[in-house]
Design a protein around this ligand. Structure first.
Ligand code: NDP
Length: 335
C-alpha cells in the first residue's frame, strides 16, 4: 500500500518536501477490522491547521505517520467477528492520503445507495462540506427567507452549496466571491447566484458594495481578512455572520501575517452577530441535512462540481492546488 506521511511541519505554504510517499506492507485485517481499497479521498483546508503542532479542536497530524481524512472505498476483506460488512461493500471512512488501508469496522459506514447519487458525493456535497454549508447558513447564521446573502469562497465545496441553499430557501439576493473569471461565470450561469465577482480584480469592498447596494443580512465567511472587513462594512443592522473558515490566514507565519479586519467597532454599532462554528459539533444534524439535500442532489436541483486529481503520488499537489484555488467545488484524489 502507498500512503502520504507528514515528515516536516510546513512553514507558510506547504512544500512538497514536507511530505513523503511511503510504501508499506498492509497485512490482513485483524479481529474487528476491515481492509479497504480507496476509490477517492478528500483533501480539505482544515488539514493545513493539523500540520501545525498547536492545540486546536482537532489533534495535529503526527510526524512520520500517515495523515488521515474522509475517504470512500470498497471493502476487500474483513477480519474475525465482522458481521455487518463484507467484501464488495462501499464504505466511508477516515483512510485519506492512501490508496488502501485497514480500519476498525465500527469506524466505517456503508455508503447510502441512492439512485442518481455517486458515492463520491458523500465526500463533498452530501458529506462534511455539505453539512457545513447547511448548518452554517441555517443554524449559525439563522437564515430567513428574504435575507440578502454574501458567501466568500463561493466556488468551493462549502460555498457553492451555501449559495444554492440560500436561493432554494428564498433569499432576496445571493452574491459570491471567487478567485477566477471562470468560477464567477459558473456561479452566475450554472448555480443561479444573482451576482458574483473575482476578488483578484479589485478591492473586495468596492466590488461588494456594487453587488449589494442594499447591504447584506447574512455573510457566510470562508476567507476572513479583506472579505470579512468588507462584509462588516456592507452589513445591514442586525446582520448575522457564520464564521466558517479563514483560508486567507491558513498559511500565515509569525513574521508574515495577513491583515485582519480593521473595522470591528462596527460590530457594535450595527449590532452584528458573528458565530464561529465547527461542523463536527453538529453531527446530530446529519440526518435532517441528508433528508433535505439528497433529493435536491439526486434530481439535479442542486448542482455541484468536483476537481479530481488522480494518483496518491499526486495527493500533495492536490492539497497545494486546493490552497491555490485550482479546484472548482470539491477537491478529491482518486488513488
Ligand atoms: P474549498 O473547496 O472552498 O477550497 C478552498 C478555496 O479557498 C480555494 O478553491 C480557493 O478558491 C479559496 N482560497 C484560497 N486562498 C484564498 C484566499 N487567500 N482568499 C480567498 N480565497 C482563497 O474548501 P472547502 O469548501 O472545503 O472549505 C471552505 C472553507 O470552509 C475553508 O475556510 C474551510 O476551512 C472551512 N470549513 C470549515 C468547517 C467548519 O466546521 N467550520 C468545515 C469545512 C470547511 P478561489 O479560487 O476562490 O481563491
Amino acid at each position: 500500500a502507498h500512503e502520504v506521511h507528514l515528515v516536516r511541519r510546513p512553514h507558510g505554504f506547504p512544500d512538497a518536501d514536507d511530505f513523503r510517499l511511503v510504501e508499506r506492507e498492509l497485512g490482513e485485517p485483524g479481529p474487528g477490522e476491515a481492509a479497504v481499497v480507496n476509490r477517492a479521498f478528500s483533501v480539505d483546508p482544515y488539514m493545513r491547521g493539523r500540520m501545525n503542532d498547536v492545540p486546536s479542536y482537532v489533534a495535529p497530524f503526527g510526524l512520520d505517520e500517515a495523515m488521515d481524512g474522509r475517504s470512500v472505498g470498497e471493502v476487500s476483506a474483513v477480519g474475525d467477528g465482522v458481521t455487518d460488512l463484507a467484501a464488495g461493500d462501499l464504505v466511508l471512512g477516515n483512510l485519506a492520503w492512501r490508496d488502501r488501508g485497514i480500519a476498525k469496522a465500527k469506524h466505517l459506514q456503508k455508503v447510502p445507495d441512492v439512485e442518481g447519487v455517486d458515492p463520491k458525493a458523500y465526500l463533498g456535497v452530501l458529506g462534511a462540506p455539505g453539512l457545513t454549508a447547511w448548518v452554517g447558513l441555517l443554524d449559525k447564521a439563522s437564515f430567513q427567507p428574504g435575507d440578502a446573502v454574501f458567501v466568500s469562497g463561493a466556488a468551493g465545496a462549502v460555498g457553492s452549496l451555501v449559495g444554492q441553499i440560500a436561493k432554494a430557501k428564498g433569499a432576496s439576493r445571493v452574491v459570491g466571491s471567487a478567485g477566477s473569471a471562470e468560477k464567477v461565470r459558473w456561479l452566475t450561469d450554472e448555480l443561479g447566484f444573482d451576482a458574483a465577482f473575482n476578488y483578484r480584480d479589485a478591492p473586495v469592498l468596492d466590488q461588494l458594495e456594487k453587488a449589494m447596494p442594499s447591504g447584506l443580512d447574512v455573510y457566510f465567511d470562508n476567507v476572513g481578512a479583506d472579505h470579512l472587513e468588507a462584509a462588516i462594512d456592507v452589513a445591514n443592522d442586525h446582520a448575522r455572520v457564520a464564521a466558517c473558515g479563514a483560508i486567507a490566514h491558513y498559511n500565515d507565519t509569525a513574521e508574515d501575517l495577513t491583515p485582519g479586519p480593521r473595522n470591528l467597532f462596527k460590530i457594535v454599532k450595527k449590532r452584528l452577530s458573528i458565530q464561529g462554528f465547527i461542523v463536527t459539533d453538529s453531527l446530530d444534524r446529519f440526518p435532517p441535512f441528508l433528508e433535505e439535500v439528497t433529493p435536491w442532489v439526486a434530481q439535479g436541483r442542486v448542482r455541484f462540481s468536483e476537481t479530481v486529481v488522480s494518483g496518491v503520488d499526486h495527493a500533495v499537489e492536490a492539497f497545494q492546488g486546493l490552497l491555490r484555488g485550482e479546484n472548482t467545488g470539491k477537491m478529491l484524489v482518486t488513488p
